[in-house]
Design a protein around this ligand. Structure first.
Ligand code: HEM
Ligand code: SF4
Length: 561
């Protein structure tokens, strides 16, 4: 264990929690609208955050609500599970479901009295909220494209499932608190009781959250450079011969703490498929034992690697793994695909990617996505997938049903991929107001109008067909990965954003701060001169982010005169 000084408060809470039980079960039944502070922290490990509706603040009282997140490896969701989540949002939530940028679902607006029923309801569809949040390995992201004719995707998605299972907490607390129903035999059968040990995590779990993602070189749709541990599949013929292991990515930062920073992962080694789980476990255990447990602002693995350097970190992973590890394979990321629109699956069937603006599934005026999905999945109960750009995929569609599905979408006011600009398709936002307690300013609720503004600016410069990616967040924690796209908009004050430029759609580079404190309504106007320079000065095939990166902030500002 690292030579830590005073451990953070949360370390004490975890330590005395009896493997994440705390007194959550007792508090669930007490009729109060909230949990106490210690339990509120432990709840995260069970997939839920205690929040309050910030639109309702004032007058000295708060409306307490809970966000409930499902952990869905690779975003694989059956029709029944999707419909189940839609039912639950109506029964216990605010009537909407959010597809997250980590391929999960979130319910918002659940009251404490309904929390257990909501979590139980999710488990009854055989999804789970366990370890969707908290200091554990969170959801395992993986390219969701259902290209069944391509055995490589299947191997990759199988690896995501294997890892998800391997790193799932083994404590019975989740089952005991949320699922046990002495009157229901069925509940006992669905949820197998496991032994009370945490072989990987130990009783204080990890110092901080830990994120995984698996991608293919030509398609980094799950942004592996932003993950604590990214696996890049190396393919020969129809086989994955192994994975490059990237370590130490992470988005969050705290501007007031000068030494915090967003980071992209570094290429550490190449592992064969057989070694992958063991090497991942060694990495997680090194972070478990040496990550910072004193100050949570420096607890992500990126800080351990920054302090030690990659060589020392790798040597420690080798020690835990028990063998030396080779250099990484020279292959790297070359592209990204949002998987929207119609595609062949390679097995005679089609899949359809549907863009969901900011991931929010709702019915609002003429836009009736929730009803459209219900209608389609009731008629065609096909599997679905959630994408890392907050979109969804309908799988296994018979080509004969294509027109009918399109017309259901059109009838419900849902645009098809070809009706949207690439900029809109690749834009994402975090939830921010009204649910997120950490939000400084709006994100999801204003991104549509910000995109109107950005689209108009792109149009003005003849760039409307370009793939310029925009990620927006309501604070610097960076939940929508705002530091790696072409344009990052990070909430800094009410209605004001830090504008980052110079990342790229492939997500392999951190952008630079171009301008701080830009009012929301000025974003398009401030980007306009940079886009003008891009039009006149770009190299053939150069993306907007690559151009900004090549020029650098000073040149971009200087050329504006
Ligand atoms: C200190 C860092 C962070 C804190 C304290 C934090 C906290 C939160 C909170 C409170 C929410 C719930 C908001 C709501 O649904 O109302 C949230 C949402 C979310 N966060 Fe974070 N977060 C942090 C960083 C990150 C990072 C770096 C990522 C991934 C790159 C991330 C991924 C997500 C996702 C996927 C959601 C769900 C909504 C969405 O799709 O944007 N978080 N986070
Ligand atoms: S980025 Fe900030 S405002 Fe947005 S969800 Fe994350 S913590 Fe909340």
């Amino acid at each position: 264990m690292a030579d830590n000084g005073k451990l953070s408060k949360l370390e004490g809470i975890k330590d005395s929690s009896r493997f994440l039980r705390g007194t959550i079960a007792e508090e669930l039944a007490n009729g109060e609208p909230t949990f106490n502070g210690d339990n509120a922290q432990l709840l995260k490990f069970h997939g839920t955050y205690q929040q309050d509706d910030r639109d309702q603040r004032g007058g000295g009282s708060k409306e307490f609500i809970f966000m409930v997140r499902s952990r869905i490896p690779g975003g694989k969701v059956t029709a029944a599970q999707f419909l189940g989540e839609l039912d639950l949002c109506e029964k216990f939530g605010n009537g909407t479901v959010r597809i997250t940028d980590r391929q999960g679902f979130q319910l918002h607006g659940v009251h404490k009295g309904d929390l257990q029923a909501a979590i139980k309801g999710i488990n009854e569809t055989k999804l789970s909220t366990q370890s969707a949040c908290g200091d554990v390995c969170r959801n395992f992201m993986c390219c969701p494209a259902p290209i069944n004719g391509d055995p490589v995707r299947a191997q990759m998605q199988e690896m995501a499932d294997t890892l998800a299972d391997h790193f799932r907490p083994k404590s019975n607390a989740y089952y005991e608190i949320w699922l046990r129903d002495p009157d229901s035999e069925q509940s006992e059968k669905i949820h197998e009781v496991t032994d009370e040990v945490e072989p990987i995590y130990g009783k204080t779990y990890l110092p901080r959250k830990f994120k995984f993602g698996i991608a293919l070189p030509e398609d980094n749709c799950v942004d592996i450079y932003t993950q604590d541990l990214g696996l890049l599949a190396i393919v020969e013929g129809e086989k994955i011969i192994g994975y490059n292991v990237l370590v130490g990515g992470g988005q969050g930062m705290t501007p007031a703490k000068k030494d915090t920073f967003p980071a992209v992962g570094q290429k550490m080694t190449f592992v064969t498929p057989d070694q992958t789980v063991a090497v991942c476990e060694a990495v997680v255990k090194v972070q478990r034992d040496f990550g910072n447990r004193e100050d949570r602002k420096f607890a992500r693995m990126k800080y351990l690697i920054a302090n030690w350097g990659l060589d020392k970190f790798k040597a420690k992973v080798e020690e835990y793994f028990g063998e030396s590890l080779p250099e990484p394979h020279p292959t790297d990321i070359t592209g990204v695909d949002d998987h929207m629109g119609w595609h062949e699956q390679g097995d005679g069937k089609l899949f359809l990617g549907i863009n969901v603006e900011n991931g929010r599934i709702k019915d609002e005026g003429d836009f009736r996505l929730k009803t459209a999905i219900r209608t389609i999945l009731a008629k065609y109960p096909v599997d679905t997938r959630l994408t890392a750009l907050q979109g969804m995929i309908l799988c296994d569609i018979d080509p004969a049903d294509k027109d009918d599905i399109e017309s259901i979408l059109k009838d419900h006011g849902i645009p098809l991929a070809e009706d949207l600009t690439l900029a809109r398709r690749y834009s994402i936002a975090c939830p921010a107001f009204p649910t997120c307690g950490l939000a400084i300013t709006e994100s999801e609720r204003v991104l549509p109008e910000v995109m109107d503004d950005i689209e108009a600016t792109l149009e003005k410069h003849g760039l409307i067909d370009e793939c310029v990616t925009v990620h927006m967040t309501g604070c610097p924690n960076g939940c929508a990965r705002p530091y790696t796209p072409d344009i990052g908009l990070v909430g800094k004050a009410r209605g004001k954003y830090t504008v980052y430029l110079g990342g790229n759609p492939e997500g392999t580079r951190i952008g630079f701060i171009y301008e701080d404190m830009v009012p929301q309504e000025d974003i398009g106007a401030r980007l306009s001169p940079v886009l003008a320079q891009y039009v006149s000065g770009r190299n053939k095939g150069e993306s907007f982010g690559d151009f900004c990166h090549r020029q650098g902030k000073e040149t971009l500002l200087a050329s504006q005169g």
